[in-house]
Structure formats: structure tokens, C-alpha cells
Ligand binder design. Structure first.
Ligand SMILES: Nc1ncnc2c1ncn2[C@@H]1O[C@H](COP(=O)(O)OP(=O)(O)OP(=O)(O)O)[C@@H](O)[C@H]1O
Length: 406
């Protein structure tokens, strides 16, 4: 689905390549985190997939297309199969929630009937069915991000890419966004996410590709963020330990409140329940969300100048090559269901909240988000199912639930 063959990217006027001889293969339906220090090449990787940038050498195939052979004229059509989430804010401020999502379909010439069906379904799916008439400045940070996600997925892209989508959100709100991305992935969309958020990478237990100075230094299935994930709290400076504890605590409380990790006022994170007017959170619900500002955004990458449809893009046989060829030498093999060992619930007085890379924490991952779970997002959306399973739906539009005006 996504194939990098010996890809090097060196920007003009720079001393060393941003990406250096990268081989990478991402299959259909995968959830892949791209992690690494600032400047390691994460965004460059995403920009190459989007064909916003072109490699200095090497080949890139995406969805069966050799990106080196796509003419500029066809790039907008190619991009219709991709959704993109950016960290910086790019919602259209003078359009309502509904109009923001509808706009991305209008510019590619979708019919009014299609738009009238697809937009409400998608807003329902992300838990914003009751806020379609709001403007972005009338929404919390997490809600703005969900609008942006709706905009990115409304045309059912094969690949959803996210560049630090939780970069400016508090842990509880970030968790809701991560659960949403995971649910989108469970419905069949390939998700590639660049992030610094070690906690979420550890918890999600998905494939992790780590870049260091433009080189893939780790490619691990079900891995954690890296060494930082296994540093005992006691060895961290006080401030870092507090940050780690706080975010872990909030995440624990959100995912498995019965296992302790009580989120306290000290974290400054717990504001209101987002689990529905009944106040009863469904399984896997995120019981907390804080209105707050966010610079994160999702952008569809269609070109407004293009109005006809591109037609289907087939899978290139070259992209279905042997996985092992494209994985880093020290990549670990995929875990099998039988090989998973459910973690025990942490003891209440467990002071070491460190997540160890590679250790699966079933107690923290809502069961319905597991890959084996059969999710039909269209059916669920029509029933309001996804939103309620994510704990995002509300029976009534609550006017008090308005985030800070940007
Ligand atoms: N348009 C550009 N022109 C010149 N150099 C660039 C350009 N974009 C990125 N770079 C350089 O390429 C390298 C990789 O940048 P990139 O943005 O891909 O890293 P990153 O891992 O996404 O970083 P961050 O986490 O800070 O966003 C950096 O050294 C950066 O300065």
C-alpha cells in the first residue's frame, strides 16, 4: 500500500539528507506510528507519501501508484485517497461544522444527495451529530479536532495520515482522539501517525517505526515509544516523573477506571464527562474531556480546482512484496493472538507507572477497538453506534459545553 525503496530526501541548501536511504513497507489496514526526535524526518516522510515533496532519489509507491510517474495534473486525484491531519489549525473559521466537512466533498464534485447523506453520517461517527451548526470557535479543542477528522474521512480515504494530531491537547482529550483514529483504523483505513506522544504509542501497542537523523533505526510491531518508555520513574528528574505519572494516571483512569490510576485534580485535567447525557459511560468510553485550545487539524488534500472523480486506483503488485525485505533488521515478528499475555491489573499502590515497551497491556485497551472486532462504521454510524461506543455522543446539544473562543 505504501512502499519506500531506498528513498533519500535532501532539501535544497541543507548539509545532510532529511531521509537517508529509507526502505519501508506499510500494508493495507495497518496502524503505524512514526516516532523520533525533532528533525528526524517524520514530517518529511508524510509529505513524500502525500507527494507534497518528491524524493531526491529512490522510489515511492502509494496505493499502486508510482509517485515518480504521476503527472502534476493527476496529483489532486491521487490525493483523494488520502486524508491528512496536521497539528496546526486549518478549519475554515467562517464555515459551520457541517459546511467544513461538506466543503471537502463539494470541491471534488460530489452530488448534493451524496453530501447530504455522508456529512451527517460522518459527524455522527465522530460524535458531533448535534453540533453541525456550530462554528469552529464555538467548539472545544477536542471537538475541533473531531470536525477535522470528519473532514478527512468523509470521502472514505484508504489512508489517513496524522502529523502530531494530539500535540496540543491534554492527555484525556488526546486519548479520545486516539481512540477515534483507532476505530477508523479498525474499519479498514490505514493510519500513519507521526508523534512525540510516548504514552499513547506505548498504550496503543501498534507498529512503531522510529527515525533517527533520517534513518529507520527501529521497526517494531506492537512496540512502545522507545527507551524513554522503559526508564523507571525513579530515574527520571522530578518534573519528568510528574509528567509521566500524570499522563499515565489520566490514561489509566480513562481506559480502565476500575484499575485505579485515579485522575485527580492535581493533574488539572478532569473537567466534565463526555460520555453522554445519561452520564453512563459505555464500555471503552472516554469519561473525561476538557475544552481547550488546539492547533491540531485535519485536512483533506483535495484540490479545489479539480471537480471530476479520479476513478479507482488499483493495488500495484510491487507493493505486495515480502514484508521482511522492508523491515529493519531488528524488527520483531508480529505477535500472534496466542502469544498475547494479558497484563494483570496494576496494584492500587503500584507507584511505578512506567509502561514497558513490548509489554501488551490488555487492561488499557478497550476491547471493541481490537483488530479482531468486527466494526461496520457505516452501520454503526447510522445507529449512532460508533459515537456512543467511544463515549462521544450526547442526547442534547449542551450550550454550556463550549470551549474557549480562538
Ligand atoms: N522545506 C525544508 N527545507 C529545508 N529543510 C527542511 C525542510 N523541511 C524539513 N527540513 C529539514 O529536514 C529535517 C527533517 O525535518 P522533518 O520536519 O521531516 O522532521 P520531524 O521529525 O518531522 O521534526 P519535528 O518533530 O520537529 O516536526 C530537519 O533537519 C529539517 O530542518
Amino acid at each position: 500500500m505504501i512502499l519506500f525503496e531506498n528513498v533519500t530526501k535532501q532539501y535544497r541548501g541543507t548539509q545532510r539528507p532529511a531521509l537517508d536511504s529509507i526502505d519501508l513497507k506499510i500494508d493495507r489496514g495497518e496502524f503505524v506510528f512514526i516516532v523520533g526526535a525533532s528533525g528526524s524526518g517524520k514530517s518529511s516522510c508524510l509529505q513524500l507519501i502525500l507527494r507534497q515533496e518528491q524524493p531526491s532519489s529512490g522510489n515511492i509507491h502509494v496505493l499502486g501508484q508510482d509517485l515518480g510517474r504521476i503527472s502534476s495534473r493527476k496529483v489532486p486525484y491521487f490525493r483523494r485517497n488520502l486524508g491528512m491531519v496536521f497539528q496546526d489549525f486549518r478549519l475554515l473559521t467562517d464555515k459551520t461544522v457541517y459546511e467544513n466537512v461538506a466543503f471537502s466533498l463539494q470541491v471534488i464534485g460530489k452530488s448534493r444527495g451524496f453530501i447530504q447523506e455522508a456529512v451527517p453520517d460522518t459527524l455522527e461517527m465522530v460524535g458531533l451529530g448535534n453540533k453541525s451548526k456550530r462554528y469552529p470557535h464555538e467548539l472545544s479543542g477536542g471537538e475541533q479536532q473531531r470536525v477535522a477528522i470528519a473532514r478527512a474521512i468523509v470521502n472514505k480515504p484508504a489512508i489517513l495520515m496524522a502529523d502530531e494530531p494530539t500535540g496540543n491537547l491534554d492527555p484525556a482529550t488526546s486519548l479520545g482522539i486516539m481512540q477515534l483514529l483507532r476505530a477508523i483504523n479498525a474499519s479498514g483505513t490505514t493510519v500513519v501517525m507521526a508523534t512525540h506522544e510516548a504514552t499513547f504509542v506505548d498504550i496503543m501497542q501498534q507498529r512503531v517505526v522510529e527515525l533517527s537523523q533520517g534513518i529507520v533505526v527501529r521497526d517494531e510491531i506492537g512496540g512502545g515509544y522507545g527507551e524513554t518508555a522503559s526508564i523507571p520513574v525513579t530515574e527520571l528528574p522530578a518534573v519528568s516523573a510528574q509528567v509521566l505519572r500524570t499522563s499515565e494516571e489520566v490514561v489509566r483512569a480513562a481506559l480502565a477506571p476500575e484499575f485505579g490510576g485515579e485522575a485527580t485534580a492535581a493533574s488539572g485535567r478532569i473537567g466534565r464527562s463526555d460520555a453522554g447525557a445519561s452520564g453512563v459511560a459505555p464500555p471503552g468510553a472516554v469519561p473525561v474531556e476538557i475544552p481547550g485550545s488546539s492547533d491540531a487539524v485535519v485536512e483533506t488534500v483535495d484540490d479545489a480546482s479539480e471537480v471530476s472523480d479520479a476513478g479507482g486506483i488499483g493495488e500495484d503488485p510491487a507493493t505486495v512484496a515480502d514484508d521482511a525485505r522492508y523491515r529493519a533488521p531488528h524488527a520483531t515478528p508480529p505477535e500472534t493472538e496466542a502469544g498475547w499475555t494479558p497484563a494483570e491489573a496494576p496494584a492500587e499502590d503500584d507507584d511505578d507507572l512506567t509502561v514497558v515497551a513490548g509489554q501488551r497491556r490488555d487492561d488499557r485497551i478497550p476491547a471493541f477497538l481490537e483488530p479482531g472486532e468486527d466494526i461496520d462504521p457505516v452501520k454503526l454510524a447510522s445507529e449512532g453506534g460508533v459515537a456512543s461506543r467511544l463515549g462521544l455522543s450526547r442526547d442534547e446539544d449542551d450550550d454550556t459545553d463550549v470551549g474557549p473562543v480562538r
